[in-house]
Design a protein around this ligand. Sequence first.
Ligand code: EPZ
Length: 427
Amino acid sequence: MDKFVINGRNKLYGEISVSGAKNAAVAIIPAVVLADEPCVIENLPKIKDVSVILSILKHMGAEVTFIDGDESRVRIDPTGITSHKVTCDKLVGDMRASYYLLGALLGKFGKALVPFPGGCSFCERPINLHLKAFETLGAACNILPTHIELMSDKLEGRQIYFDVVSVGATMNAMLAAVKVPGKTVIDRAAKEPHIVDLANFLNSMGANIKGAGTDVIKIRGVERLHSCTYSIIPDQIEAGTYMAAVAAAGGNVLIKDVIPEHLDSITAKLRDTGTIVEEYDEAVRVIREDELKSCNVKTMPHPGFPTDMQPQFVALLSTAHGRSRVMECVWESRFSYIPQLRKMGADIIENGNIAHIYGKQDLCGAKVHALDLRAGAAMVIAALAAYGTTEISDIRYIERGYEKIIEKLSSIGADIRRVTYKENVDE
Ligand code: EPZ
């Protein structure tokens, strides 16, 4: 087992580059299943979730080749995928986004049989809206003991209305509808940058999708999807996490390879804390010299403040002067990591979907767990700001979504290293 050991209070200086977006990559890779020719995907993040979804595609019969041995550029030939059944249960159960295979296989074969997805389980994560979208297009959905089965005689373009805004259901509806005859309209679609990226990727293959990034997405089904070369957008949440890390630790860091507009809500909240954020064409500079000020944050679907930055901000605001209030409005509960922050001295009271944070500047190192991907990132941020040494276990969650986090943070002056330990010996 490995853990991160972080000695806090080093200010951060220098430059850091952001990798391709995880939540775009994990939808775009399954989307290749729909293509009738090989595709090249560039700017892939080198993270566990990407290697798992690539392994699933290989297992299904796709040919997956890294170009010149570079893991950020992959050629995927899906023509060997001849079955609608996914049989690698263990791999599928390793990640949430394996649910995109449902939409992709339904779109390709008119049927799908996919094991239940896994992934970060900070709270219940239903897929009823995904199934509703498939049913609207004409599929029958059966929930079997270990699998989800989709069957159809004939799929037809229809109007899909979501009463809850859902990233996954919007993506899955797009995947299922892109080759379906007629016109599909997705009402109350999610608008996250990765929704637009998936639509752009599908359009690069010849799909006809309009309106991605707005509440209404219109899709005219096409018969074939051809080859393309496509570069994934930068990871909004990885960028936001490093922005919060600099704000927590103090210093002056240029965060490169970002789309600053995707960071608007994060930038606005960081400015509320007194952190300086300068925006450039493809970079942001984050400067924090003075004491952080408290602020209130409410998570919302894009363009609101992203829920995937909520734990990192709670960690940050634990070190700010005054009382902050963070309201989680996307997930029913996403505060299970707060007791871990309390071990470091954070003063936080939860009340339903609200966390009241009484900031203090003297968090101290402790032994904590990364309970999920973003909760783990929050521990890293708290540790960078804390006095003394923090040991974070269960780092496999963090490594599911952050490429080379140790190397990136070390390069800007953080004292962070990975150590291998025997389970239960020093816990
Ligand atoms: C995506 O999950 C992301 N995961 C999550 O990021 C992110 O937190 C979430 O979107 C919200 O932005 C991936 O992209 C792989 P949703 P998703 O469907 O699509 C309710 C991370 O840390 N809902 O937008 O599964 C649901 O309960 C991960 O990178 C239904 O009620 O989330 C929630 O309250 C964690 N029925 C809300 O919608 C459904 O069928 C939004 O969920 C689906 C969702």
